[in-house]
Design a protein around this ligand. Structure first.
Ligand SMILES: Cc1ncc(COP(=O)(O)O)c(C=O)c1O
Length: 476
């Protein structure tokens, strides 16, 4: 029996449970054939680099499940399974397809995000209270009364929504006709459509280091590359960008200028102008991801790069996920009409458009007369949480790391003073009931760092989470 698998030591799933699941899937899925002999417990313990007692526990469980049998001489074989227990072996298909799975750590976070007991210093979603503050229930009721049929919408999304988005965009300095706007299923789909529709195999996306894009496998799945560009407190260093960009026509700069994920940093206006100049000179397009724009706390952020461009070189992404509701799955891309035509054609092939109901709700939100008041209430709540997080960091972690107070958004990036195992910290934090993102998820390769978020928890729980975290770091 050939075994090309090892348990994931850093997973929160106990090792013995991983071993049981592995053999259960393998046996039920024909990978391990009936009567085939399992390696001895000693060999398995060596192969998996775990204690004999862990193997013995797993074998007992597999025996109890009727999946293996032992003979008198101590040999262990795959049992003959009754009809109906065997299932088709999908593993070649699942593992061989072109789309990469999320890294295990991201899958773990995605699952634990729904565990009510854990303190989520991880969330990238709108504050849970936003739903109520924005009177989303009323908007949904109104939307249900507005629409007679829930038909598909125009290829670029509901025209009436694009018309209000056009008005909204002009308030932040972006002139865009409805034909230059494409409604998408959240900003994530915007990134995916742009990669699919405008880049090629081998294309390179230049990105901030660290960046949200490092946590996604979209580009890798399409056989495209990511190249991290050095940053300072103002964001991407223009000189580093200049140096890194080859005159490759199928490159693109991806940037998050406001309350960057994961550093929380804002790119000042001068830096925005310089970055635009570099990209204009070297003729590469910019993808400006501005999903956090509404979440300013101290002062509104500088105007978007899109509002300062000259030749339509910037594609601009917005979303309601961070200030209203991620579950609506509504975002938008703004760019030249020919580009939007191309992307909307792909979107039609992928899903025939975003949810019509969500689009109507979003339109009503943008038209509501209380939108600005609601946003101010959201900002003020966010400010309390940000302040609570900073106060707790000052109280518990001053000797453990450094950070900057973000001027908006959700995230605080903490550079730890000592080099520790981020994987160990992640796991120990989960064991102690706190969920965080380790820095390496965002592409850091030097030092140790973590990203914490203050969007989803009360001030008390934020403090408690940071206190627990500080104890773990101190003892690592
Ligand atoms: C920078 C950035 N872009 C896009 C997204 C995805 O947003 P959406 O929910 O609109 O797809 C996120 C979510 O964390 C993000 O941080």
């Amino acid at each position: 029996m050939l075994i090309h698998w090892k348990p994931e030591k850093e997973s929160h799933i106990p090792i013995f449970r991983q071993i049981v699941s592995h053999f259960e899937e393998g046996i039920k899925g024909f990978e391990y054939r009936t009567y085939s002999r399992l390696p001895s417990q000693r060999e398995l313990s060596k192969l998996f680099d775990v204690n004999r007692s862990t193997i013995a526990l797993a074998m007992d469980e597999l025996k109890a499940l009727g999946l293996i049998v032992t003979n008198g001489k101590g040999g262990t074989r795959v049992a003959e399974l009754p009809d109906g227990v065997r299932s088709f072996n999908w593993s070649d298909y699942v593992e061989g397809s072109m789309y990469y799975p999320n890294r295990e750590i991201i899958q773990t976070i995605n699952n634990l995000d729904f565990d009510d007991h854990i303190i989520k210093l991880s969330s990238g979603a709108a504050m849970p209270e936003s739903f109520k503050i924005a009177k989303l229930d009323q908007l949904i009721k109104e939307a249900a009364q507005t629409t007679l049929t829930l038909d598909y919408t125009e290829p670029k999304g509901l025209l009436s929504l694009r018309a209000v988005l056009s008005e909204h965009l002009s308030s932040i300095g972006i002139k865009a006709k409805p034909e230059e706007i494409l409604v998408v299923n959240g900003a994530l789909q915007a990134i995916q459509l742009i990669a699919l529709g405008l880049l090629q195999t081998g294309s390179t996306a230049f990105i901030e280091k660290p960046s949200y894009l490092y946590s996604l496998n979209i580009l890798k799945s399409f056989r495209m590359n990511k190249k991290g560009i050095a940053c300072d407190v103002h964001g991407i260093k223009p000189s580093a960008l200049y140096k890194a960009i080859s005159r490759n026509h199928h490159s693109m700069l991806y940037t998050i200028p406001n309350y960057q994920n994961p550093t929380g940093r804002v790119m000042p206006i001068d830096r925005r102008k310089k970055i635009l100049e570099v990209c204009e000179e070297l003729n590469i397009p910019i993808l400006e991801d501005d999903v956090y724009r509404e979440l300013w706390i101290d002062e509104p952020p500088p105007p978007p790069l899109k509002s300062m461009e000259r030749g339509g070189q910037v594609l601009y992404i917005g979303s309601v996920s961070k200030h209203l509701s991620p579950g609506l799955r509504i975002g938008w891309i703004v760019g030249p009409e020919s580009v939007m035509n191309r992307l909307s054609d792909i979107k039609m092939q992928v899903d025939y458009g975003a949810s019509t109901l969500s689009q109507i709700v979003t339109e009503l939100w943008f038209k509501s007369d209380y939108r600005e008041t609601a946003l101010n209430e959201i900002r003020s709540k966010l400010k309390n949480r940000r302040n609570a997080a900073i106060a707790a960091l000052d109280k518990y972690m001053a000797d453990l790391g450094t950070w900057k107070k973000p001027k908006g958004g959700f995230y605080i990036w903490i550079d730890l003073n000592k080099q520790i195992s981020e994987a160990q910290l992640f796991q120990k934090a989960i064991d102690a009931g706190v969920l965080i993102y380790p820095g390496h998820v965002y592409g850091t390769d030097e030092g140790s760092a973590i990203r914490i978020s203050y969007s989803s928890e009360s001030e008390e729980r934020i403090e408690e989470g940071i206190r627990i975290l500080s104890n773990i770091i101190r003892n690592l």
